[in-house]
Design a protein around this ligand. Structure first.
Ligand SMILES: [Zn+2]
Ligand SMILES: [Zn+2]
Length: 406
C-alpha cells in the first residue's frame, strides 16, 4: 500500500476504533441491562487495553543495537551475513582493507539508521524511517510497526475482537434486523423518500452502486420512522454501530486466520510478500524466455532481491581454526533456516505455553533479544556446519598439494 494512503488511514482508524469501543461499551452497559451491566466492561476493556498497547509501543521497539553483539563480532556463533559478492562491493565502496573471506554483517544506511546493524529478518520501515527486527508490517490500524515480539498482543487482539463484538451486540441482532426491514418498507410507502431517493436515477451511483442504493433507502426510512417513535434502543445510530462491529469482527477474524497460517509456517507477512514478488519475477522471465525475448535487467535484479537464498557465517571447530575462523556458506534452494516446524515456530514467537493468550500475558513481549539473532533450524544448522568443515578440509588439502608442487 502506498505510504500516503497508510498515513491517512493511520490518522483515521485509531480514533474511529476507540470511538466504537467507547460507544459500544456505553450503550451495552447502560441500555441493555441484566447481565450486560458487567459483561461489556469485562469484554471491551481488555480488548481496548490490548489495542492501546499496540498504539503506544515505544518508538525504539525492536530496533537492533547499532553494532552486533560480541558473539557475532568475534565470530563465535552462526549468523546471517552478506553474500560474499555483495560484501566485496561494500568493501570496495568503503575502501576497507580486509581479508576478502571475512564475513560482513548487513548494515542499513536509510532514514535515521546511519549504518546500523541489520540482523536477519530485519526490515527498514519507510513509514517509521528506521529498521526493526522481526518486522511483519506497518499497520495503519494501530499506527505502528508490528514486529515479532508484539505478535502475541496483535494476535490476542484479533482473536478477542470477534467474540467481544458478537456477545455485546447479541440481544440486538434480531430486533435491529426487524427494524431494518420495517425501515425498508417504510421508505417505499413514504412519498418524500420515494420521490427523492428511489425514483431518483442517481441513487444508483451516489451511494456507491446498487448495495449503497438499498442501504441509503433503509437509512432514510429508519430516520423517518425514528422521527415518529424516537427509536429507543433500536435507533439508527445503534444499527450503524452494530453494523460497523460486524465488519470489524469479520476483518479481525480474517487477519487472525492469515497471521496464524503464516506463523505456523515460520513466516512473517513480509516473507509472503517477498515470495510473491519472487514468483512474479520468475514467471515474467520464463514467459520472455519462451518468446525468445531479452530479459530486462530490473527483472533480474528483482529475482536476486526477492530470492530467499541466505548466507551464513559458520565458525569452524577450534581444532580447524589455524587457517581461518570460519566459512561463509549459502543455503540450498529448498532450505528454510527459520522454519522449525509449526509447534516450535509458534513457540518462538508466542511462547511455549498456551497462556500467552491470557490478556495480562498478551500485553508482555513474546520475544526479547532473540529477535536480533533469530534461532536457526537445527537440521539446517547441522548441514551448514558439515559443509563448512568439508570446505575447510578441502581448502587445506588444496593448499598442501600446492605446497608439494612448489
Ligand atoms: Zn534501516
Ligand atoms: Zn513502521
Amino acid at each position: 500500500m502506498a505510504n500516503g494512503v497508510i498515513r491517512v488511514l493511520q490518522q483515521l482508524l485509531p480514533p474511529l476504533l476507540l470511538t466504537y469501543f467507547y460507544f459500544a461499551w456505553k450503550i451495552a452497559t447502560f441500555e441493555l441491562g441484566q447481565i450486560y451491566t458487567f459483561l461489556p466492561s469485562f469484554l471491551i476493556i481488555p480488548t481496548a487495553v490490548l489495542y492501546l498497547r499496540l498504539y503506544f509501543l515505544p518508538p525504539n521497539q525492536s530496533v537492533p543495537p547499532y553494532d552486533p553483539p560480541s558473539s557475532v563480532q568475534n565470530q563465535h556463533i552462526i549468523f546471517q551475513c552478506l553474500p560474499p559478492a555483495e560484501a566485496k562491493v561494500v568493501r570496495l565502496a568503503n575502501s576497507e582493507e580486509h581479508d576478502d573471506d571475512d564475513p560482513l554483517v548487513e548494515r542499513c544506511y536509510r532514514g535515521i539508521c546511519g549504518g546500523r546493524w541489520k540482523p536477519a529478518r530485519t526490515r527498514h520501515c519507510s513509514m517509521c524511517g528506521k529498521c526493526r527486527a522481526g518486522w511483519d508490517h506497518h499497520c495503519p490500524i494501530f499506527a505502528n510497526c508490528l514486529t515479532a515480539p508484539y505478535m502475541r498482543t496483535y494476535l490476542a487482539l484479533l482473536l478477542y475482537t470477534p467474540p467481544t463484538v458478537f456477545l455485546i451486540s447479541l440481544p440486538l441482532y434480531r430486533p435491529l434486523l426487524y427494524r431494518a426491514c420495517c425501515a425498508y418498507t417504510h421508505s417505499w410507502t413514504d412519498e418524500y423518500i420515494r420521490q427523492n431517493w428511489w425514483d431518483w436515477k442517481f441513487s444508483w451511483v451516489v451511494a456507491g452502486g446498487p448495495i449503497g442504493r438499498y442501504a441509503g433507502g433503509i437509512i432514510l426510512g429508519w430516520r423517518e420512522k425514528e422521527k415518529h417513535d424516537g427509536g429507543g434502543i433500536f435507533r439508527l445510530n445503534i444499527g450503524l454501530m452494530v453494523f460497523f462491529g460486524i465488519i470489524l469482527a469479520l476483518i479481525s477474524a480474517g487477519l487472525a486466520y492469515a497471521t496464524t497460517t503464516l506463523l505456523l509456517k515460520g513466516n512473517l507477512t513480509i516473507d509472503r510478500g517477498r515470495s510473491t514478488a519472487h514468483t512474479q519475477a520468475l514467471m515474467a522471465i520464463h514467459k520472455l524466455q519462451l518468446k525468445n525475448r531479452s530479459i530486462p535487467s530490473e527483472l533480474e535484479a528483482n529475482l536476486a532481491k526477492f530470492s530467499d537464498q541466505r548466507y551464513f557465517f559458520v565458525p569452524l571447530p577450534s581444532t580447524m581454526r589455524s587457517v581461518r575462523q570460519g566459512m561463509v556458506i549459502e543455503t540450498l534452494p529448498h532450505e528454510r533456516p527459520y522454519d522449525h516446524g509449526w509447534k516450535r515456530n509458534l513457540a518462538i514467537v508466542l511462547g511455549s505455553s498456551w497462556r500467552w493468550i491470557l490478556p495480562w500475558n498478551a500485553l508482555r513481549m513474546g520475544m526479547h533479544d532473540e529477535v536480533f539473532l533469530w534461532p536457526i533450524e537445527a537440521g539446517v544448522k547441522r548441514r551448514l556446519r558439515e559443509e563448512a568443515e568439508r570446505r575447510a578440509k578441502e581448502e587445506v588439502g588444496n593448499h598442501r598439494s600446492v605446497c608439494k608442487l612448489d
